[in-house]
Design a binder for this molecule. Sequence first.
Ligand code: SF4
Ligand code: MG
Length: 279
Amino acid sequence: MSNETGCAQLQPKDYKSGVKPVWCPGCGDFGVLGSITKALAGLQIRPEDAAIVSGIGCSSRMPTYLGTYGFHGVHGRALSLATGLKVARPDLTVIATGGDGDGFSIGGNHFLHTCRRNPDMTYIVMDNQVYGMTKGQASPTTEPNWERGKLTPLGTGINPFQPLVIALASGANFIARCSSSDSNGTARIIMEAIRHPGFSMVQVLSPCVTFRPEQREWKNLLVPDPVEATSDPAKAARRLLTDEGMFTGILYVGDRPAYQPKLESTVDHVAAFEEDFRL
Ligand code: SF4
Ligand code: MG
């Protein structure tokens, strides 16, 4: 199949790197990988025009499995790295990926300020309410009564972090939730998130089948009808504050201008920066 310029249409498989994922069989992150490749193919973004940036954790392995540009960074720093990249290369489609531990604990401060700054990029958080890579500790989004292991034998006793409420309050311009069990639906939402100007926050409910096997049931608990999108932050907040956490769909679309400072010359700028730090 080819497009109107005579070039072959890019297919989801064209965005894969060929590296075999090491995720546990049944991990929700496989579905999200598929959704990202479908979304990029749906928008016909050339692999060399996209960059995937991550921190640390199971889901942060994502750049390794994609044939776009990629940067597997350090814990909690995906958004600051991705913001720098987008500012320096506004022509690139920049997507940050990661998990709840990476994004909302050590990365929490960057999350708040990226929402506030509103760069034109997409953040896909695979939320499984646990630290999977380090073998199953409670994360910021873990419910207070999840009892496991020596660290939290009686649960954390702390209310979970609410990423979408925080995103809305901090100024994210597009807010959605989806499920890794719905690969096509998640791909459609990622496409909308990429298209929408400004910072798009996409929370994907993505089960950790190894340390939270009960999350296999999530697909049966999802609210069947997708939430209706609104541009009214008060309406979106009411929905979030009265919600059980299982709706999917695009909740909020704002119209704040994206952050994009003018760069006089990227090359000169980097050279001057290097000069400043020369020892
Ligand atoms: Fe996925 Fe959990 Fe295995 Fe990590 S530990 S790969 S999150 S199932
Ligand atoms: Mg996690």
